[in-house]
Design a binder for this molecule. Structure first.
Ligand code: PDD
Length: 279
């Protein structure tokens, strides 16, 4: 694979980052994951906009412009012949002597990008539906910033896996926030789609925004509010959204079957319409 690091396109085994990089020492960095369908980037503008917001919230500066970021994405997609998959981008505050105080303003950010070829449309998980386990949300309260501080979500997902599940839904004060790396939704008996409202407690998903727009176009009723685990267990359907999973049905929560225990029609329709709109 060809990867990008600080201005150069290099074979992956020749790419290097300093041991003093603040991403490595302090998780002082932000990232984006953009999907690729038919060799084309999905909602690049959305991901770029959120990247700028994450950078701003952490007072981090990146000299590279949006146009340059787009060109880097496109070059990696074509060099690595990615028809379907993901582009990962990470920006850190750069390399500096280890100090909790930020390094001088002129310290260049570290910019790394790489691709991952992956079958996204024909996904095993989407076909069979996910089994979810709920885990306490012990993350910090700036989940709206897409930082590389992913240890807790990783632990939560491992906890779900150890119980025979596919992923974790995180719960704060009795209310579901989101999945370990996706936004969470339930469908009520009257067809209403419920998903947590935007705040500092969840990531403002780029897929979430597009999928909610699809739902509204399809005349589906959408309510953005918190929901409890019990409400989720009693729902007729549940699903998650993310750049890597698109719309992915949930068939069980904490060993309780959701609806029929099969991927539901609302998730199925939204997945189909989202993919059709985006490709
Ligand atoms: N995760 N919530 C969390 C905590 C996430 O990490 C993600 C994305 C989402 C969905 O956001 P989007 O629709 O913009 O992908 C919600 C990415 C895919 C990842 O970490 O791999």
């Amino acid at each position: 694979r060809t990867v990008y690091v600080n201005g150069s396109f290099v074979p992956e085994d020749e790419a290097t980052v300093s041991v003093f990089d603040r991403g490595f020492l302090f998780a002082d960095g932000v990232y984006e994951v953009t999907s690729v369908l038919d060799g084309k980037l999905v909602d690049f503008a959305g991901h770029c906009g959120r990247l700028r917001r994450s950078l701003g919230e952490l007072q981090m500066t990146l000299e590279t412009t949006d146009e340059e970021l787009l060109a880097i994405h496109r070059k990696l997609v074509s060099e690595n012949a990615i028809e379907e998959g993901l582009v990962y981008l990470q920006v850190t505050r750069g390399a500096a002597d280890r100090d909790f105080v930020f390094p001088p303003e002129d310290t260049p950010a570290t910019l790394v990008l790489f691709t991952q070829a992956k079958s996204l449309i024909d996904s095993d998980l989407a076909n069979r539906g996910q089994k979810i386990f709920t885990v306490e949300d012990q993350r910090w309260t700036r989940c709206d910033i897409k930082t590389v501080q992913l240890l807790y979500p990783s632990l939560a997902k491992m906890e779900a896996k150890s119980r025979g599940g596919d992923d974790a839904w995180l719960v704060r004060d009795g209310l579901v926030t989101e999945g370990s790396s996706n936004n969470a939704y339930i469908v009520l008996g009257d067809g209403t789609i419920v998903t947590r409202d935007l705040s500092n407690l969840i990531l403002h998903g780029i897929t979430r925004r597009a999928v909610l727009e699809c739902a509204r176009h399809l005349q589906m009723k959408v309510v953005e509010r918190p929901f409890t685990v019990d409400e989720a267990i009693g729902a007729v359907e549940a699903f998650s959204t993310s750049a890597s999973g698109f719309v992915c049905p949930v068939i069980a929560i904490d060993d309780n079957r959701i609806g029929t225990g099969e991927p539901g029609p609302v998730a199925g329709k939204l997945r189909e319409v989202y993919i059709a709109e985006m490709r």
